[in-house]
Design a protein around this ligand. Structure first.
Ligand SMILES: [Zn+2]
Length: 234
């Protein structure tokens, strides 16, 4: 049976019609809303019903999204520029992260209370991503600005919920450290994108032309980020 995908202001959902149903049902699973309705039920009525239920839907979608955040500690691995790095959690004298043979050893100090160990380990991993991002993005900016014949200012690394990067009037560039959870070719696209803003501080056709000229896989990288951003959470 085919499903219709409907966009509302704040979310999209799939609509399934069924001969067996007698009433409309809303279901939220893994951050997605599905609406099931009996045959003959009008699309307008369904949209009205969904609009009435919007506060409930938004609340549950957010909750469901939080639950689908990957649990890297449980999976014992983290994504790093296209590979999965094995992760080991230990306790020791001093909290630290060691990068040994392409795996990460996270040591949480024995002084940390048991209920805080997971939280502490996550903070250590975040700090490690931050450090890696500082050196990786500095190197990539140096490489791409040479190829694009542009000159960037300071490179800032952050962890923003709503952006992958930015370019300021003063030529400062910012990059989201979570980009290291994507393959290198995707993170590189963001570097080229922000560098291109040094020339065009907008998303005009000339801007996109410059991006594509240096980075033909720009569209694939954009769609990768759209599809996989939920897997890029720490
Ligand atoms: Zn942009």
């Amino acid at each position: 049976m085919s499903a219709l995908v409907i966009e509302s202001d704040t979310f999209s959902y799939s609509l399934h019609y069924s001969a067996k149903r007698r009433s409309v049902a809303l279901q939220i699973k893994q951050g997605k809303l599905t609406v099931r309705a009996p045959f003959g039920y009008s699309l307008t009525d369904i949209k009205t019903l969904v609009a009435q239920k919007q506060p409930w839907i938004v609340k549950h979608l957010q909750h469901s999204e939080q639950q689908t955040k990957p649990d890297w500690l449980m999976q014992q691995q983290v994504p790093m520029l296209g590979t999965m790095m094995p992760l080991q959690l230990r306790s020791g004298v001093k909290s630290q992260v060691q990068h040994v043979d392409n795996s990460l050893i996270i040591t949480v100090s024995t002084r940390t209370a048991a209920q805080n160990v997971q939280r502490r380990a996550l903070v250590l991993i975040q700090q490690w991503y931050q450090q890696q991002a500082v050196s990786w993005f500095s190197e990539r900016v140096a490489y791409w600005q040479g190829r694009m014949q542009l000159q960037a200012g300071p490179v800032i690394i952050g962890n923003w919920q709503t952006k992958w990067g930015y370019c300021k009037h003063n030529t400062e560039l910012g990059f989201n450290r979570r980009l290291l959870m994507a393959p290198a070719w995707v993170a590189d696209y963001v570097v080229v994108h922000e560098l291109a803003h040094l020339k065009h501080l907008n998303h005009s056709p000339r801007f996109w032309q410059l991006v594509r000229q240096h980075y033909p896989q720009a569209e694939q990288a954009k769609s990768w980020l759209r599809q996989q951003h939920q897997q890029m959470e720490l």
